[in-house]
Write a protein that binds this ligand. Structure first.
Ligand code: AMP
Length: 177
């Protein structure tokens, strides 16, 4: 069985959660299945090596579930991209649009090293707004986005097109059309 097929079996789709019309991808069963979870991290590690990542950026909060084990597997630093007001010290911020209103994501300035390569990791790419904002922060800090790695891509929302100008390197392990 391919990893895609294994993930299809493990990940659950919950209709109308957290609100009507959203098909929520519940990844919690994956964390109860260490065999498949290890394969996920190994696939992400192969890709991270291909794009020569020197740092892993995990997006709050489900990006942390993948970003930290990935960084440990590769023996490279992990950087947290967090919601506004959670990180102390100097931060670089980027606002982005939600369906209603805006949100803001931040990274500590001293975590972004000039000209180094950063791989951005999250559980799901939907519209791509969160990943794009994270990429903008890395670029504002003078570093390079060498790629994006997602467990799940919701193809019908075209998030890839939004983040493409940041990096043409995108990995997604399970695609829903
Ligand atoms: P977006 O900025 O639209 O690409 O949304 C990405 C963020 O929203 C990710 O951090 C996901 O955790 C979450 N997300 C969006 N859509 C879903 C979904 N259908 N199921 C689970 N999480 C989602």
């Amino acid at each position: 069985m391919s990893l895609q097929q294994e993930l299809e079996e493990v990940i659950l789709t919950v209709p109308d959660f957290p609100k009507k019309g959203v098909s929520f991808k519940d990844i919690n069963p994956l964390f109860k299945n260490p065999v498949v979870m290890k394969k996920v991290i190994q696939e992400m590690a192969i890709y991270a090596k291909e794009v020569k990542a020197q740092h892993i950026v995990g997006i709050e909060s489900r990006g942390f579930f993948f970003g930290i084990p990935l960084a440990l597997e590769l023996n490279i630093p992990f950087v947290a991209a967090r919601k506004k007001g959670k990180l102390p010290g100097d931060v670089i911020s980027q606002e982005y649009l939600l369906e209603y209103g805006t949100d803001c994501i931040e990274i500590q300035k001293n975590s972004i090293l000039i000209n180094e390569k950063y791989l951005i990791v999250d559980d799901v790419i939907a519209t791509g707004g969160t990943a794009k904002a994270t990429a903008e922060i890395i670029k504002k800090g003078g570093a390079e986005v060498c790629g994006f790695s997602f467990l799940i891509e919701l193809l019908f929302l075209n998030g890839k097109n939004l983040i493409l100008p940041s990096s043409s390197n995108i990995q997604s392990l399970l695609k829903y059309s």
